[in-house]
Design a protein. Structure first.
Length: 352
């Protein structure tokens, strides 16, 4: 039986959620800033060790007493086509040579999964969300006993049913419009620039399908940028809206200078596996165009390109770094995060 989700129920008062923004943008300062503004934010655990996550949790707590959550990546089985991976590494090696770096080890890892779950059970936060898969029922049970609510990111009715079956308190329904990695349980959708999934991949379609399949609070995510967007998903039955790209250019965001500049410059977005080996949406750049057929190999490719991406960002070169962004990123604004949150909530009030 599903628990009574107290934090999720409270989102009705301020139905705006900050997305986790893993990989740098989702700094503790950003989570604390929106929390102080009355917005529930998720601190990203992805790409961090358990000790780094613990330090980030303590950092947020030092800046605010308001509630916040933590988002964890669910590790996938290592089922990579290693011949395809080797061909891709050979294809991108000249890009690394051009930047004067070596490709990193293209290896699988579990993103410190066990240690992070242990840390979150020992020192719980109000909500733990999961991306890239469904956590086992015993993990959900351990988090429940620690006092945390559990949310699972889903992209289909079947994934939502799986989340409900393990005892999740809510689901975050992500549409293909979303920036960054697609939260699918398996990475089997098209991955080349412009290759969006067909009918049913957009947020509204997925939101309708999930609401018919499960009886859980739903957070809607994917390309939402304005108060009117939030109002639209609430009218469709969502409990709250999760926004990430809208905060990428904020003062507290940890997005790199080259990333923020690319968002300001405009352009198109597309789906790609070129940087990480997992389907993600970003601003189209040369690396994406040059490598349209990257294999499904996460986190192998992500590890291999890490130094390449870091050096490109250090040089201020937007052509070889992932510039994750939702489809309507041009509407992202600068300013402090609290001001952005206040504006969005004011727009929502006006739109209702």
């Amino acid at each position: 039986m599903a628990r009574s989700p107290q934090v999720l129920a409270s989102l009705a008062q301020a139905p705006l959620v900050l997305a986790p923004l893993a990989g740098g943008p989702g700094r503790p300062e950003l989570v604390a800033a929106v929390a102080q503004a009355g917005v529930f934010g998720f601190l990203p655990a992805g790409y961090k060790t358990a000790s780094e996550l613990t330090a980030d949790v303590q950092r947020v707590r030092s800046m605010t007493s308001a509630p916040f959550g933590v988002n964890v990546f669910v590790p996938a089985p290592d089922r990579v086509d290693h011949q395809a991976l080797d061909r891709y590494l050979a294809e991108i090696r000249p890009d690394a040579d051009r930047l004067g770096v070596e490709l990193g080890p293209a290896a699988w890892d579990d993103d410190d999964w066990d240690a992070k779950i242990t840390a979150l059970v020992a020192d719980p936060v109000p909500v733990v969300s999961f991306t890239f898969g469904c956590p086992p029922a015993d993990v959900v049970g351990d988090l429940h006993r620690a006092g945390s609510e559990v949310v699972v990111t889903v992209t289909s009715a079947d994934e939502a049913v799986a989340a409900q079956s393990v005892g999740a308190d809510g689901v975050c329904v992500q549409g293909v419009e979303a920036g960054g990695h697609q939260g699918t349980f398996t990475d089997d959708q098209p991955g080349g620039p412009g290759d969006d999934p067909g009918p049913g991949g957009d947020l509204m379609s997925r939101l309708h399908a999930v609401r018919q399949a499960v009886h859980l609070p739903v957070i809607a995510a994917g390309g939402l940028m304005t108060g009117s967007d939030i109002a639209a998903v609430l009218a469709t039955g969502a409990t709250a809206a999760q926004l990430g790209t809208a905060f990428l250019r904020s003062t507290e965001s940890g997005a790199s200078d080259v990333h923020k500049a690319a968002l300001a410059a405009g352009g198109d977005t597309a789906l790609t596996r070129a940087f990480s080996g997992r389907t993600a949406r970003g601003v189209v750049n040369r690396f994406m165009v040059d490598h349209p057929a990257a294999p499904s190999a996460y986190p192998h490719v992500n590890s291999a390109t890490k130094a390449l991406r870091r050096e490109s960002a250090r040089r201020g070169d937007p052509d070889a770094v992932n510039l994750w962004a939702g489809q309507r990123f041009a509407q992202a604004t600068t300013g402090d995060a609290a001001t952005i949150a206040d504006r969005l909530l004011a727009e929502l009030a006006a739109a209702r």
